[in-house]
Design a protein around this ligand. Structure first.
Ligand SMILES: [Zn+2]
Length: 300
């Protein structure tokens, strides 16, 4: 527990910071977005979420550390160190103190019981593995890795076409961050609409950004939270859930998933933790005529 730890009934939530920076401009991130709509929200978007002059939309990479039912659970594992990602220069051969940030929360890699990946893109599975003696080995030796089967199958199929273009490193990621934990660690590929982790935690399918994407819901002692992964890349997608992300596999399906699960968050007064919101804060939201508004932010 730290000053920033969020308690939800019997569950605690912490954030493991990895990286914050510029990856996309507003129109590159959300191609249908309207600058005027962003200008209207400039008071809170600037400086954390948007730099109006350069149009940079700021993002972070991070994990959430969840303690529930006696287990220590890591949700998403960021970009990882030393991963070759030439198509995405800010992620290429990254060297961060992610494991030190985990240690600052009193947690060593061997303490992690379960790793949950909300989907299998390069910025959500990176720390699944660490480079040791030239090989990618599971970073969390005692963990079970819980991965969406639909994404696994999708990437396995993609990986069969060795010559296909792979600008975002999906296939490279499959080989250096996904296959090694399926082959050399305990792993579970889950499938379907929902997967129950324990009394407080469940995975809910939220397809669209990737075919097998999911969110994590936390419900304990009458309190709730939504770990949204890439259901929302940027908080402006809460205000306008129809906004697709440039990298969505299926933008319309993603928008339907977003509206449905943000509705769950409203019904349950659950703060929404985006996978890439700088600072890792959760948005407390309410209905706003078919869309949503952000009423306040949690400190974590
Ligand atoms: Zn992502």
């Amino acid at each position: 527990m730290t000053d920033a730890t969020m308690s939800l009934g019997d569950v605690t939530l912490d954030r493991v910071d990895e990286w914050t920076g510029k990856l996309f401009t507003r129109p590159d991130l959300l191609p249908d977005s309207d600058r005027q709509a962003w200008e209207a929200e400039r008071g809170w978007l600037e400086p954390d979420f948007w730099s109006p002059d350069s149009e940079d939309a700021w993002l972070c990479a991070q994990s959430f550390l969840v303690r529930s039912g006696g287990r220590t659970i890591l949700v998403d594992t960021g970009i990882g160190n030393a991963k070759p990602r030439p198509g995405v220069p800010p992620f290429d051969h990254l060297d961060t103190g992610y494991l030190d940030n985990l240690a600052a929360l009193g947690t060593r890699p061997e303490d992690i019981d379960l790793v949950v990946c909300t989907h299998l893109h390069p910025d959500h599975v990176g720390w699944n593995t660490t480079l040791e003696d030239g090989e990618w080995r599971p970073t969390f030796p005692n963990a079970t890795y819980l991965l969406p089967k639909v994404d696994f199958d999708y990437l396995a199929e993609m990986a069969k076409s060795a010559d296909a273009p792979d600008p975002f490193g999906y296939v490279t990621t499959f080989h250096d961050s996904v296959l090694p934990v399926v082959q050399n660690a305990k792993s579970q590929l889950w499938d379907g609409e929902e997967h129950v982790i324990d009394d407080a935690l469940r995975l809910v399918a939220s397809p669209g950004h990737s075919p097998g994407a999911c969110v994590v819901t936390i419900s304990s002692g009458g309190e709730h939270a939504l770990l949204a992964g890439d259901l929302v890349h940027h908080p402006m997608q809460i205000l306008d859930p129809g906004q697709r992300n440039a990298l969505d596999a299926d933008g319309e399906t993603a928008a339907r998933s977003r509206t449905r699960l943000l509705g769950w968050a409203v019904e349950n007064s659950a703060p929404v933790y985006g996978g890439h919101f700088p600072g890792g804060r959760g948005a407390r939201i309410s209905n706003a005529g078919g869309a949503f508004r952000i009423d306040s932010w949690t400190s974590l």
